[in-house]
Design a protein around this ligand. Structure first.
Ligand code: NAP
Length: 281
Protein backbone atom coordinates (compact mmCIF):
# COMPACT_ATOMS: atom_id res chain seq x y z
CA UNK A 1 0.00 0.00 0.00
CA UNK A 2 1.20 3.48 -0.91
CA UNK A 3 1.86 5.60 2.20
CA UNK A 4 2.39 9.20 3.30
CA UNK A 5 4.74 10.28 6.09
CA UNK A 6 3.46 11.56 9.41
CA UNK A 7 5.56 14.21 11.22
CA UNK A 8 6.78 11.44 13.57
CA UNK A 9 8.36 9.71 10.57
CA UNK A 10 5.85 6.85 10.69
CA UNK A 11 3.99 5.91 7.52
CA UNK A 12 0.23 6.16 7.06
CA UNK A 13 -1.52 4.22 4.26
CA UNK A 14 -3.21 6.51 1.68
CA UNK A 15 -6.31 4.33 1.38
CA UNK A 16 -8.23 2.81 4.25
CA UNK A 17 -11.66 1.82 5.45
CA UNK A 18 -14.18 3.90 7.38
CA UNK A 19 -16.57 2.42 9.93
CA UNK A 20 -19.21 5.09 10.60
CA UNK A 21 -22.68 3.51 10.91
CA UNK A 22 -21.16 0.08 11.60
CA UNK A 23 -21.93 -1.76 14.83
CA UNK A 24 -25.43 -0.30 15.01
CA UNK A 25 -27.47 -3.19 13.67
CA UNK A 26 -26.95 -6.82 14.74
CA UNK A 27 -28.34 -8.04 11.41
CA UNK A 28 -25.52 -6.30 9.53
CA UNK A 29 -22.71 -7.32 11.88
CA UNK A 30 -21.43 -10.36 9.96
CA UNK A 31 -21.41 -8.43 6.67
CA UNK A 32 -19.51 -5.56 8.30
CA UNK A 33 -16.86 -7.87 9.82
CA UNK A 34 -16.45 -9.79 6.57
CA UNK A 35 -16.27 -6.52 4.64
CA UNK A 36 -13.46 -5.12 6.78
CA UNK A 37 -11.61 -8.47 6.56
CA UNK A 38 -11.94 -8.43 2.78
CA UNK A 39 -10.61 -4.88 2.71
CA UNK A 40 -7.60 -6.03 4.75
CA UNK A 41 -7.07 -9.00 2.41
CA UNK A 42 -7.00 -6.53 -0.47
CA UNK A 43 -4.42 -4.37 1.32
CA UNK A 44 -6.62 -1.54 2.65
CA UNK A 45 -4.96 -1.84 6.02
CA UNK A 46 -5.95 1.47 7.62
CA UNK A 47 -9.16 1.19 9.64
CA UNK A 48 -10.77 4.38 10.92
CA UNK A 49 -13.20 4.11 13.81
CA UNK A 50 -14.39 6.11 16.84
CA UNK A 51 -15.94 5.58 20.24
CA UNK A 52 -18.95 7.46 18.84
CA UNK A 53 -19.71 4.99 16.04
CA UNK A 54 -22.48 2.75 17.30
CA UNK A 55 -21.52 3.96 20.80
CA UNK A 56 -18.58 1.55 20.82
CA UNK A 57 -20.32 -0.97 18.54
CA UNK A 58 -18.11 -0.18 15.55
CA UNK A 59 -14.95 -0.72 17.59
CA UNK A 60 -16.27 -4.17 18.57
CA UNK A 61 -16.90 -4.99 14.91
CA UNK A 62 -13.35 -3.87 14.10
CA UNK A 63 -11.99 -6.08 16.91
CA UNK A 64 -13.44 -9.15 15.21
CA UNK A 65 -12.14 -8.14 11.78
CA UNK A 66 -8.57 -7.59 12.99
CA UNK A 67 -8.36 -10.58 15.33
CA UNK A 68 -5.09 -12.41 14.71
CA UNK A 69 -3.80 -9.76 12.30
CA UNK A 70 -3.37 -6.63 14.44
CA UNK A 71 0.18 -6.02 13.20
CA UNK A 72 -1.08 -5.66 9.60
CA UNK A 73 -3.42 -2.86 10.58
CA UNK A 74 -2.97 0.89 10.96
CA UNK A 75 -5.69 1.47 13.54
CA UNK A 76 -7.28 4.88 14.12
CA UNK A 77 -9.88 5.77 16.74
CA UNK A 78 -11.30 9.01 18.08
CA UNK A 79 -12.32 10.43 21.41
CA UNK A 80 -15.60 12.31 21.93
CA UNK A 81 -14.93 15.99 22.73
CA UNK A 82 -16.87 15.64 25.99
CA UNK A 83 -14.51 12.84 27.06
CA UNK A 84 -11.37 14.73 26.05
CA UNK A 85 -10.19 16.10 29.41
CA UNK A 86 -6.71 15.27 30.73
CA UNK A 87 -8.10 12.31 32.70
CA UNK A 88 -11.16 11.59 30.53
CA UNK A 89 -9.27 11.05 27.28
CA UNK A 90 -6.90 8.56 28.92
CA UNK A 91 -9.87 6.61 30.26
CA UNK A 92 -11.77 6.82 26.96
CA UNK A 93 -8.74 5.50 25.09
CA UNK A 94 -8.43 2.56 27.48
CA UNK A 95 -12.12 1.73 26.92
CA UNK A 96 -11.58 1.89 23.13
CA UNK A 97 -8.58 -0.42 23.41
CA UNK A 98 -10.64 -2.88 25.42
CA UNK A 99 -13.43 -2.90 22.82
CA UNK A 100 -10.88 -3.20 20.01
CA UNK A 101 -9.13 -6.04 21.90
CA UNK A 102 -5.73 -4.49 21.30
CA UNK A 103 -3.12 -2.75 23.42
CA UNK A 104 -2.30 0.20 21.19
CA UNK A 105 -3.70 2.53 18.54
CA UNK A 106 -1.60 3.75 15.65
CA UNK A 107 -3.41 7.07 15.76
CA UNK A 108 -5.86 8.66 18.22
CA UNK A 109 -7.84 11.75 17.25
CA UNK A 110 -9.98 14.34 18.98
CA UNK A 111 -13.23 13.86 17.01
CA UNK A 112 -14.11 17.55 16.80
CA UNK A 113 -13.33 20.72 18.80
CA UNK A 114 -15.37 20.85 21.99
CA UNK A 115 -15.59 22.80 25.21
CA UNK A 116 -12.74 21.02 27.03
CA UNK A 117 -9.53 23.06 26.74
CA UNK A 118 -7.41 21.58 23.97
CA UNK A 119 -4.34 21.87 26.21
CA UNK A 120 -5.94 19.21 28.45
CA UNK A 121 -6.60 16.88 25.52
CA UNK A 122 -3.03 17.30 24.31
CA UNK A 123 -1.73 16.54 27.80
CA UNK A 124 -3.78 13.31 27.79
CA UNK A 125 -2.51 12.41 24.32
CA UNK A 126 1.08 12.90 25.51
CA UNK A 127 0.45 10.65 28.52
CA UNK A 128 -1.05 7.98 26.26
CA UNK A 129 1.91 8.23 23.91
CA UNK A 130 4.42 7.94 26.75
CA UNK A 131 2.58 4.84 28.01
CA UNK A 132 2.73 3.32 24.51
CA UNK A 133 -1.07 3.13 24.25
CA UNK A 134 -1.04 5.33 21.15
CA UNK A 135 1.77 5.83 18.65
CA UNK A 136 0.58 9.16 17.24
CA UNK A 137 -2.22 11.63 17.87
CA UNK A 138 -4.14 14.23 15.96
CA UNK A 139 -7.39 16.13 15.53
CA UNK A 140 -10.46 16.12 13.33
CA UNK A 141 -12.77 18.85 12.03
CA UNK A 142 -10.27 21.63 12.79
CA UNK A 143 -10.17 24.64 10.48
CA UNK A 144 -6.99 26.59 9.78
CA UNK A 145 -7.40 28.93 12.78
CA UNK A 146 -8.02 25.93 15.04
CA UNK A 147 -4.92 24.19 13.71
CA UNK A 148 -2.73 27.25 14.17
CA UNK A 149 -3.91 27.64 17.75
CA UNK A 150 -3.48 23.92 18.43
CA UNK A 151 0.07 23.92 17.09
CA UNK A 152 1.02 26.74 19.45
CA UNK A 153 0.09 24.70 22.56
CA UNK A 154 2.37 22.32 24.45
CA UNK A 155 2.32 19.05 22.54
CA UNK A 156 0.66 20.74 19.57
CA UNK A 157 3.72 20.33 17.39
CA UNK A 158 3.26 16.56 17.67
CA UNK A 159 -0.19 16.66 16.05
CA UNK A 160 0.11 14.14 13.22
CA UNK A 161 -2.96 14.80 11.09
CA UNK A 162 -6.32 16.55 10.79
CA UNK A 163 -9.24 14.45 9.56
CA UNK A 164 -11.75 16.62 7.68
CA UNK A 165 -14.55 16.35 5.18
CA UNK A 166 -13.00 16.68 1.74
CA UNK A 167 -14.38 15.47 -1.55
CA UNK A 168 -15.12 16.79 -5.04
CA UNK A 169 -18.16 18.78 -3.90
CA UNK A 170 -16.58 20.08 -0.69
CA UNK A 171 -13.24 21.55 -1.76
CA UNK A 172 -13.11 24.49 0.68
CA UNK A 173 -9.92 23.29 2.40
CA UNK A 174 -7.97 23.85 -0.82
CA UNK A 175 -8.15 27.60 -0.10
CA UNK A 176 -6.09 27.56 3.08
CA UNK A 177 -6.06 24.42 5.24
CA UNK A 178 -4.71 22.01 2.63
CA UNK A 179 -1.74 24.17 1.51
CA UNK A 180 -0.95 25.10 5.12
CA UNK A 181 -1.01 21.42 6.15
CA UNK A 182 1.30 20.52 3.28
CA UNK A 183 3.73 23.30 4.27
CA UNK A 184 3.74 21.93 7.81
CA UNK A 185 4.18 18.31 6.75
CA UNK A 186 0.79 17.23 8.11
CA UNK A 187 -1.14 14.78 5.93
CA UNK A 188 -4.88 15.46 5.73
CA UNK A 189 -7.30 12.54 6.12
CA UNK A 190 -10.36 12.94 3.88
CA UNK A 191 -13.63 11.68 5.30
CA UNK A 192 -16.89 11.17 3.39
CA UNK A 193 -14.89 10.86 0.16
CA UNK A 194 -17.98 9.84 -1.78
CA UNK A 195 -20.47 12.04 0.05
CA UNK A 196 -21.43 9.59 2.76
CA UNK A 197 -25.11 8.72 2.52
CA UNK A 198 -26.92 7.31 -0.50
CA UNK A 199 -29.21 10.38 -0.30
CA UNK A 200 -26.29 12.83 -0.56
CA UNK A 201 -24.62 10.72 -3.22
CA UNK A 202 -27.57 11.24 -5.57
CA UNK A 203 -26.76 14.14 -7.84
CA UNK A 204 -23.05 13.53 -7.23
CA UNK A 205 -22.15 10.07 -8.49
CA UNK A 206 -24.34 10.58 -11.57
CA UNK A 207 -22.75 13.88 -12.64
CA UNK A 208 -21.74 13.56 -16.33
CA UNK A 209 -18.16 14.78 -15.67
CA UNK A 210 -17.67 11.87 -13.27
CA UNK A 211 -19.53 9.23 -15.23
CA UNK A 212 -17.80 10.26 -18.48
CA UNK A 213 -14.32 9.91 -16.98
CA UNK A 214 -15.39 6.71 -15.24
CA UNK A 215 -16.41 5.23 -18.58
CA UNK A 216 -12.98 6.02 -20.07
CA UNK A 217 -11.35 4.07 -17.23
CA UNK A 218 -13.88 1.27 -17.24
CA UNK A 219 -14.51 2.27 -13.64
CA UNK A 220 -17.34 3.64 -11.49
CA UNK A 221 -17.93 7.28 -10.57
CA UNK A 222 -17.08 6.49 -6.94
CA UNK A 223 -13.71 5.12 -8.01
CA UNK A 224 -12.94 8.32 -9.90
CA UNK A 225 -13.91 10.41 -6.84
CA UNK A 226 -11.52 8.35 -4.69
CA UNK A 227 -8.73 8.33 -7.29
CA UNK A 228 -9.00 12.14 -7.52
CA UNK A 229 -8.56 12.47 -3.75
CA UNK A 230 -5.54 10.17 -3.71
CA UNK A 231 -4.02 12.31 -6.46
CA UNK A 232 -4.66 15.38 -4.27
CA UNK A 233 -2.18 13.83 -1.82
CA UNK A 234 -4.52 13.03 1.06
CA UNK A 235 -5.43 9.87 3.00
CA UNK A 236 -8.84 8.54 1.93
CA UNK A 237 -11.09 6.38 4.11
CA UNK A 238 -14.26 5.30 2.25
CA UNK A 239 -16.73 3.21 4.23
CA UNK A 240 -18.11 0.19 2.42
CA UNK A 241 -19.83 -3.00 3.47
CA UNK A 242 -20.87 -4.23 0.03
CA UNK A 243 -18.04 -6.49 -1.28
CA UNK A 244 -18.44 -4.97 -4.75
CA UNK A 245 -17.82 -1.50 -3.30
CA UNK A 246 -14.83 -2.75 -1.27
CA UNK A 247 -13.16 -4.25 -4.36
CA UNK A 248 -13.90 -1.10 -6.36
CA UNK A 249 -12.43 1.14 -3.68
CA UNK A 250 -9.20 -0.85 -3.58
CA UNK A 251 -8.96 -0.75 -7.36
CA UNK A 252 -9.34 3.07 -7.30
CA UNK A 253 -5.76 3.19 -6.03
CA UNK A 254 -4.54 2.05 -9.43
CA UNK A 255 -6.44 4.68 -11.45
CA UNK A 256 -4.30 7.56 -12.69
CA UNK A 257 -6.24 10.59 -13.88
CA UNK A 258 -4.72 12.62 -16.71
CA UNK A 259 -4.19 16.39 -16.54
CA UNK A 260 -7.11 16.83 -18.97
CA UNK A 261 -9.37 14.71 -16.75
CA UNK A 262 -8.35 16.73 -13.68
CA UNK A 263 -9.24 19.91 -15.62
CA UNK A 264 -12.65 18.47 -16.52
CA UNK A 265 -13.28 17.67 -12.86
CA UNK A 266 -12.17 21.21 -11.87
CA UNK A 267 -14.75 22.61 -14.31
CA UNK A 268 -17.55 20.41 -12.97
CA UNK A 269 -16.55 20.73 -9.30
CA UNK A 270 -14.77 24.09 -9.05
CA UNK A 271 -12.12 24.70 -6.41
CA UNK A 272 -12.89 27.49 -3.89
CA UNK A 273 -12.52 31.13 -4.98
CA UNK A 274 -12.50 32.45 -1.40
CA UNK A 275 -12.15 31.23 2.17
CA UNK A 276 -14.99 28.82 3.05
CA UNK A 277 -16.20 27.58 6.44
CA UNK A 278 -15.00 24.04 7.12
CA UNK A 279 -17.51 21.46 5.84
CA UNK A 280 -18.61 19.01 8.51
CA UNK A 281 -20.90 16.00 8.88
P1 NAP B 1 -18.35 7.65 2.41
O1 NAP B 1 -17.23 6.73 2.64
O2 NAP B 1 -18.15 8.85 1.55
O3 NAP B 1 -19.63 6.88 1.84
C1 NAP B 1 -20.12 5.67 2.40
C2 NAP B 1 -21.29 5.20 1.56
O4 NAP B 1 -20.85 4.99 0.21
C3 NAP B 1 -21.90 3.90 2.01
O5 NAP B 1 -23.29 3.99 1.82
C4 NAP B 1 -21.30 2.85 1.07
O6 NAP B 1 -22.19 1.79 0.82
C5 NAP B 1 -21.14 3.67 -0.18
N1 NAP B 1 -20.02 3.21 -1.02
C6 NAP B 1 -18.79 2.84 -0.61
N2 NAP B 1 -18.01 2.53 -1.65
C7 NAP B 1 -18.78 2.71 -2.75
C8 NAP B 1 -18.56 2.53 -4.14
N3 NAP B 1 -17.39 2.08 -4.61
N4 NAP B 1 -19.58 2.82 -4.99
C9 NAP B 1 -20.76 3.28 -4.53
N5 NAP B 1 -21.04 3.44 -3.24
C10 NAP B 1 -20.05 3.17 -2.35
O7 NAP B 1 -18.94 8.21 3.78
P2 NAP B 1 -18.59 8.24 5.32
O8 NAP B 1 -18.87 6.94 5.96
O9 NAP B 1 -19.28 9.45 5.84
O10 NAP B 1 -17.03 8.57 5.38
C11 NAP B 1 -16.03 7.58 5.41
C12 NAP B 1 -15.44 7.40 6.80
O11 NAP B 1 -14.88 8.62 7.28
C13 NAP B 1 -16.47 7.07 7.89
O12 NAP B 1 -16.96 5.76 7.80
C14 NAP B 1 -15.70 7.40 9.14
O13 NAP B 1 -14.78 6.36 9.43
C15 NAP B 1 -15.00 8.67 8.70
N6 NAP B 1 -15.77 9.89 9.07
C16 NAP B 1 -15.20 10.75 9.97
C17 NAP B 1 -15.89 11.88 10.35
C18 NAP B 1 -15.27 12.80 11.38
O14 NAP B 1 -15.97 13.67 11.90
N7 NAP B 1 -14.00 12.65 11.65
C19 NAP B 1 -17.16 12.19 9.82
C20 NAP B 1 -17.69 11.32 8.87
C21 NAP B 1 -16.98 10.17 8.49
P3 NAP B 1 -22.03 0.30 1.46
O15 NAP B 1 -21.66 0.49 2.89
O16 NAP B 1 -23.35 -0.30 1.21
O17 NAP B 1 -20.93 -0.41 0.70
Amino acid sequence: MKTLKLPSGKSIPVLGQGTWRMGEDAAKRRTEIDGLSLGLDLGMNLIDTAEMYGEGGAEKVVAEAIEGRREEVFLVSKVYPHNASAKGAVEACKRSLERLKTDYLDLYLLHWPGSVALSETLAAFQTLKKEGLILDYGVSNFDLKGMQKAMSLTGGYEIATNQVMYNLVNRGIEWDLLPWSAENGLPIMSYSPIESSPRDQKGFLDRPALTGIAEQHNASAAQIAIAWLIQQGVVVIPKASDPKHIRENRAALDIVLSTDEITLLDQAFPPPQRRMPLAMR
